[in-house]
Design a protein around this ligand. Structure first.
Ligand SMILES: [Zn+2]
Ligand SMILES: [Zn+2]
Length: 283
């Protein structure tokens, strides 16, 4: 009911549907259970994104590409038409850096660049041919952000994440957008998804199938809808301590666990799809 009445969400869905038809849609900021703060299973998140019509996702776990590699292996092995971009989110003294298109051979190197000096991180991933940018430059969650708001620093990068669905208020995204426009940067949007119900509220549109090329050519377009649920935000970091999650992790066999989560999440997804259909019918 809430969604149906929210005109902003309505226009977001409308735009998402038309962008899906006219090009390619990616979530460029997704965590998996390979990040300590997320519990998402690769198979489930892939099937949920695919059902919503996403072309692919960038898996950007904190300081590791293990989940991204496993996800890529999974889609290739099962012939799933869904693109996995191997990425990572690296913490520095001045905020978070996103790197895309990381070579699988760097699997042991990547963790060494988590919690490192910002210039070391950028130089390393740039030297390896990655597409490098800043995540949520105006978030409240990270304290020292002065360097990643510096124009000269930004201009050395490939993109600015101008929409991050986990920002507490949309104003943070507006500031990031303003900055990206000022510095003439490519723009991306990411759900910064840690939990299944957060899936689908942010996407980056690319007019060509190769979104990394589109970023380099500054042809991407960010879009997203701020779903203001503080609860899912607050759960970040605590999920693994929730008794039910603990129990699931301990008692249930992996395959069974997957099934339980899947059926729960498909229900959630269907709710979204129904809303989408409703909106279509209304127009
Ligand atoms: Zn971050
Ligand atoms: Zn993140």
């Amino acid at each position: 009911m809430f969604y149906k009445m929210n005109p902003k969400f309505k226009s977001y869905i409308r735009r998402f549907n038309s962008d899906k038809k006219n090009g390619y849609v990616y979530d460029m900021h997704v965590h998996t259970k390979y990040s300590r703060c997320s519990s998402m299973e690769l198979e489930v998140l892939i099937s949920l994104y695919k059902k919503l019509g996403f072309t692919g996702v960038a898996i950007t776990d904190h300081g590791t590409i293990q989940g991204a590699l496993k996800a890529k292996e999974y889609v290739e092995k099962n012939n799933i038409d869904f693109e996995i971009i191997i990425g990572a989110e690296l913490s520095t003294q001045y905020g978070h850096i996103l790197a895309y298109d990381i070579d699988p051979t760097l699997v042991n190197e990547v963790p060494k660049y988590h919690h490192r000096d910002i210039d070391d991180v950028v130089d390393f991933f740039k030297s390896k041919g990655c597409v490098v940018g800043i995540a949520h430059p105006y978030t409240f969650r990270v304290r020292k952000l002065n360097k990643i708001r510096d124009d000269n620093f930004i201009k050395k990068l490939d993109f600015v994440e101008t929409f991050n669905r986990r920002n507490m208020i949309d104003y943070c995204n507006k500031l990031a957008l303003k900055k990206a426009i000022k510095c003439n940067m490519a723009m991306t949007s990411g759900g910064d998804v840690h939990f299944y119900p957060e899936i689908g509220y942010a996407y980056t549109f690319s007019p060509i199938k190769d979104i990394l090329k589109a970023i380099k050519e500054k042809k991407t377009f960010p879009n997203g809808f701020m779903k203001r649920d503080l609860i899912s935000f607050a759960r970040s970091g605590f999920t693994k301590r929730i008794p039910e999650v603990k129990r699931l992790n301990k008692e249930v066999k992996p395959e069974k666990k997957l099934e339980i989560k899947k059926s729960k999440m498909i229900k959630e997804l269907k709710k979204n799809l129904n809303t989408e259909e409703k909106i279509k019918a209304e127009n």
